[in-house]
Design a protein. Structure first.
Length: 137
């Protein structure tokens, strides 16, 4: 039973680290895609390295076995994974369609990036709160 508990704690710690990495990567995208010109430039370059990091993070989150997480972290892991997937999809669409985007599409893109950042910030805080509970006194 102790081994199972240790395995769940290790998986929870990994989730916590992945959440911090997701937040840092999100902030990177928000900073580097902060205006129309930056999005157009990204559309020309494709953000190959940044997208590879994002896709790698998404795969790492998908590889987490939810039955290896404490129950209190399952919902948060799903929210985190969903946020990262939403970020990838939104950035891919902006990169692919940057020339066809109108003002409303750019506004939506920038607003979505801000919302994802806020969501990740709250999710990390919740994960850290749960981790403190799991660790105990």
């Amino acid at each position: 039973m102790q081994q199972a508990k240790d395995a769940k704690f290790a998986t929870a710690e990994a989730l916590c680290e992945l959440s911090k990495a997701a937040f840092n990567l999100q902030k990177h995208f928000e900073k580097n895609l902060s205006c129309r010109d930056a999005v157009h430039e990204a559309g020309e370059t494709g953000l190959v390295f940044d997208m590879a990091m994002l896709e790698g993070l998404e795969k790492s989150l998908a590889a987490i076995q939810f039955d290896q997480l404490p129950a209190s972290l399952v919902r948060l892991a799903l929210i985190l994974s969903s946020s990262v997937t939403q970020l990838r999809m939104k950035v891919q669409v902006a990169i692919r369609l940057h020339r066809e985007m109108d003002a409303a599409a750019f506004d939506d893109f920038f607003e979505t990036l801000k919302k994802i950042t806020a969501s990740l910030d709250l999710t990390i805080a919740d994960i850290e709160t749960e981790m403190r509970k799991i660790k105990g006194p």
